[in-house]
Write a protein that binds this ligand. Structure first.
Ligand SMILES: Nc1ncnc2c1ncn2[C@@H]1O[C@H](COP(=O)(O)OP(=O)(O)OP(=O)(O)O)[C@@H](O)[C@H]1O
Length: 337
């Protein structure tokens, strides 16, 4: 996404917003459900440090490194995601969140590292197999998928996930033999996501929010246990925000684990049980939303680490001398010397 769009308001980072209230979005569905309460309770005593062990981790990554030429985009030593919880992965632009998502879900390969889902290694497992094992991610509707109808997109979701171009190319082949049970499931999901009226419309004609709902509904075709959402709020207008948040919370109430990347701090605060913060490829902080957002290390990461350190006397004298010299130069120019 373009830099700076949807960036968190830093003034907002250290102010607690009451659950479900305030912020740029309308209030969301009332009160946390039983699984939300259970997830928060189970995470209550987890140490608030990067790499903290979780009581029941469903996804665990170790030493995952991805370099692009000279740039190390991801260098995650250790991170665990708690089963049944909603975990937000946040961080400034370029922190490596999407790259880390791509690595975990088999859309990209790391230079180093290992990770497991439900105790089984996923290293070198391609994306469509990762999906069949129960871990899916949403991905944006590209032009190719926009030219298919809503129901066609849903049927493709049932195939697991492969590169989008291939997905689109596979469409005709996949279409045959898939009609019955998959279509039933697709129609059920479309009803649940209130997209049934759009069944025969081209996906490209949907609004931003409806596309996000379709992405989520499509990801559920494989009956996953872990759903990874990449910026679910990007491009969603306020009218659909509440519905989207409700659906994400509903995934947790149905027993799924959710990990999402998001810049929208209201959403992060409202629905996350736990927040993992990345900066410059590494995990720099972890904890419950309000604690993380008040953490100086997090604010520092968003500010780029350029906090002013106290000046030494020498530095101060140097700065004053430089400023005086500058003033003198300006004065000389003014008087035409
Ligand atoms: N295919 C690529 N080739 C080269 N550099 C890449 C590639 N993909 C990502 N990068 C670089 O890796 C770094 C991490 O990018 P990534 O998109 O993962 O960050 P992000 O935290 O998801 O950022 P944003 O919040 O802006 O989406 C950035 O410096 C980016 O420019």
């Amino acid at each position: 996404m373009p830099a700076d769009e949807n960036r968190p308001d830093l003034t907002d980072l250290d102010e607690g917003t009451p659950h479900g209230g305030g912020g740029s979005h309308p209030a969301i569905a009332p009160g946390p459900g039983p699984r939300a309460l259970a997830a928060r309770e189970v995470l209550r005593d987890v140490p608030r440090v990067p790499g903290a062990p979780k009581p029941d981790p469903v996804l665990v990554a170790d030493g995952v490194v991805r370099r692009f030429g000279g740039l190390t985009a991801v260098d995650v030593q250790h991170v665990e995601f708690q089963r049944g919880a909603i975990t937000a992965l946040i961080g400034p632009n370029g922190a490596g969140k999407t790259t880390f998502f791509n690595l975990l879900t088999g859309f990209d390969r790391p230079d180093e590292g290992s990770w497991t889902f439900e105790g089984r290694s996923l290293a070198r497992v391609p994306a469509h197999r990762v999906a069949r094992r129960g871990m899916v991610r949403t991905f944006q509707l590209t032009k190719a998928l926009s030219r298919l109808t809503v129901i066609e997109n849903m049927r493709l979701g049932a195939t697991g996930q492969v590169g989008e171009r291939l997905l689109s190319a596979m469409f005709r082949r996949v279409w045959r033999g898939q009609e019955d049970s998959n279509t039933r499931r697709a129609d059920e999901l479309l009803r649940r996501f209130k997209l049934d009226a759009k069944r025969e419309d081209f996906a490209g004609s949907l609004s931003g929010g409806q596309r996000k709902l379709l992405e989520m509904a499509r990801a559920l075709m494989t009956e996953p246990r872990l759903v990874m959402l990449d910026e679910p709020m990007a491009g969603v207008n306020p009218a659909l925000t509440q519905s989207l948040l409700g659906h994400v919370k509903d995934l947790r109430e149905q027993g799924m684990t959710v990990v999402f990347v998001e810049h929208d701090m209201d959403m992060v605060r409202d629905i996350s049980d736990w927040v993992v913060v990345m900066a410059q490829g590494t995990v720099v902080a972890e904890g419950p939303p309000d604690a993380v957002m008040a953490d100086p290390a997090v604010i520092d990461a968003y500010l780029g680490g350029h906090h002013d350190a106290p000046l030494t006397e020498e530095d101060e004298a140097e700065q004053i001398a430089a400023a005086e010299a500058e003033l003198e130069r300006e004065h000389d120019q003014e008087v035409g010397r």
